[in-house]
Design a binder for this molecule. Structure first.
Ligand SMILES: [Ca+2]
Ligand SMILES: [Ca+2]
Length: 169
């Protein structure tokens, strides 16, 4: 009986010292995007192979996550990354895709939907934006070139959603 008591005390001492020696808990999931999303920097991107009008596409992104919007191409590096992602996932099926850029609120004043930031980087196709028929307020990317064009917001295109990287501790 006395020996078992001794073993019990020793085991308790060992496990107590193990608890003390355990390193502090690290943040969890800090660098992971949810399933189906791809990480770049601290943002996550997701290809959506449904063809929706521009407002429908933005609503779809919002529906996936309240912090998700149609993609904003804020730098050349981001635009190239998104273009490669689209071509990889789109499999050559689509000739164009939506971005979150529009001048719906004020003609010629382009801004990114959701994040509400003005356009600071652009990659317009030749002679674009032309606001053809005075009715082109939403911006698509041409798949074969990566250049941008303004087009009717009622056109139906596939798209990429963007959201912040989730951080949980
Ligand atoms: Ca962006
Ligand atoms: Ca145009």
């Amino acid at each position: 009986m006395g020996r078992w008591l001794l073993v019990l005390i020793l085991c308790s001492a060992v496990s107590l010292s193990l608890i003390e020696a355990a390193p502090p808990r690290k943040p969890l999931n800090r660098y992971c995007c949810p399933h189906f999303w791809t990480l770049r920097g601290n943002r996550c991107y997701r290809f959506i192979g449904k063809t929706l009008d521009w407002h429908g596409a933005q609503s779809y992104c919002n529906g996936l996550d309240h912090k998700a919007n149609l993609v904003s191409l804020n730098t050349e590096g981001e635009a190239e990354f998104v273009h490669h992602l689209f071509k990889e996932k789109g499999g050559g099926l689509y000739t164009h895709y939506w971005t979150g850029l529009s001048d719906i609120d004020s003609e010629g004043n382009y801004k990114w939907v959701g994040i509400n930031k003005p356009m600071t980087y652009s990659n317009w196709n030749t002679r674009q934006p032309d606001n053809a028929g005075h009715n082109e307020d939403c911006i698509e990317v041409v798949t074969h070139s990566g250049y941008w064009n303004d087009i009717h917001c009622t056109d139906r295109q596939p798209f990429i959603c963007e959201r912040p990287q989730p951080v949980s501790y």
